[in-house]
Design a protein. Structure first.
Length: 236
C-alpha cells in the first residue's frame, strides 16, 4: 500500500478533519449498534479507509479483535482484501465463536482468525506467506506490549505499509510509539489524532498512523560501504 495516499484520503473523508463527529460516505453506526466495541465511528472509518487502500496480495492484520467491531468495519465493502484477526480472547466475555457469528451477521466471509497470544504466534510464523499492508494493533497497551507489538510485525510488512495504533492518549502508548519512531527510521508519523480527553471526542482515546517504508533510512549500498571504510580508518 502507498502510505502517502492515506493522509489526504483521510482528510477527504470528513467535512472538517479531525473535528467532524462522523465521516462522509460509508457509515458505521450499524456496526457500533450491533457489535458494541471500543471505538468511535471515526476510528472505524479510518480503518475501513486503510483496508480499502491495500494492494493485491497484501493483508490487513489486526491484533485485538474482541467482538469484531474494528475488524467488521475494516472489512465492510473491501470484499477482495485478505484479513487476519489475532486474539487470545483473554478479555472478559470474548470468544472466537462470538467473533465469528458477529462477522457472519454482516454477511462477510470469515477471515483468518488466529487464536493465541500475538507475542507468541506472530514471531513463530502465524503470518507466514502474508504481506501485511495494514497492521492495526489494539491489544495490550502496557509500554512493552505496545513497543513489541510494533517491532514484532516488521518482518511480515510489505515494502510500504501502514501501521495503526489505538489509544494513543494513554501515556504509556504515547511513550512507546514515540520511542518506536525514534528508533526505527523505516517508520514515519503520518497521522496523530488525539482522543476524547484531549479535545477530540469523536476519536475514542486517540489514534496514530505510521508509514512504513522498508528502504527508508537505509544508505544505498556503495555509500554505506564507503562510510564504514572511513570509520575504520582504512585507506581505499
Ligand atoms: C481493546 S480490545 C480490542 C477492541 C477491538 N479492536 C474493538 O474494536 O472493539 C483488546 C483485545 O486484545 C486481546 N488481547 C489482549 N492481549 C492479547 C495478546 N497478547 N494476544 C492476542 N490478543 C490479545 C483481548 O482478548 C481483547 O479482545
Amino acid at each position: 500500500m502507498n502510505p502517502d495516499r492515506f493522509e489526504p484520503a483521510l482528510h477527504a473523508l470528513f467535512d472538517e478533519f479531525p473535528v467532524s463527529p462522523n465521516p462522509n460516505g460509508r457509515r458505521f453506526t450499524r456496526v457500533l449498534d450491533e457489535v458494541p466495541g471500543l471505538a468511535c465511528e471515526n476510528n472505524l472509518a479510518l480503518l475501513n479507509l486503510a483496508a480499502s487502500m491495500l494492494e493485491p496480495e497484501e493483508s490487513y492484520v489486526e491484533v485485538g479483535s474482541l467482538r469484531g467491531t474494528s475488524l467488521i468495519a475494516a472489512m465492510v465493502g473491501n470484499d477482495d482484501a485478505d484479513f487476519v484477526a489475532i486474539d487470545d480472547f483473554s478479555m472478559k466475555d470474548a470468544s472466537r465463536s462470538q467473533l465469528e457469528s458477529n462477522i457472519e451477521q454482516f454477511g462477510l466471509n470469515l477471515p483468518t482468525i488466529v487464536e493465541g497470544d500475538a507475542f507468541q504466534v506472530i514471531p513463530s510464523g502465524a503470518l507466514a506467506g502474508k504481506r501485511v499492508g495494514v497492521y492495526y494493533y489494539d491489544a495490550g497497551h502496557a509500554y512493552e506490549q505496545q513497543f513489541d507489538g510494533l517491532r514484532m510485525i516488521e518482518p511480515w510488512l510489505a515494502d510500504r505499509a501502514l501501521l495503526i495504533v489505538d489509544d494513543t492518549d494513554w501515556e504509556q502508548v504515547e511513550q512507546a510509539t514515540r520511542d518506536y519512531l525514534e528508533q526505527q527510521p523505516k517508520a514515519r508519523l503520518l497521522v496523530w489524532i488525539p482522543g476524547k480527553d484531549n479535545g477530540y471526542p469523536h476519536w475514542w482515546e486517540g489514534v496514530k498512523a505510521f508509514a512504513w517504508e522498508s528502504d527508508a533510512g537505509v544508505l544505498p549500498e556503495p555509500t554505506a560501504r564507503a562510510a564504514a571504510v572511513v570509520e575504520l580508518g582504512v585507506e581505499r
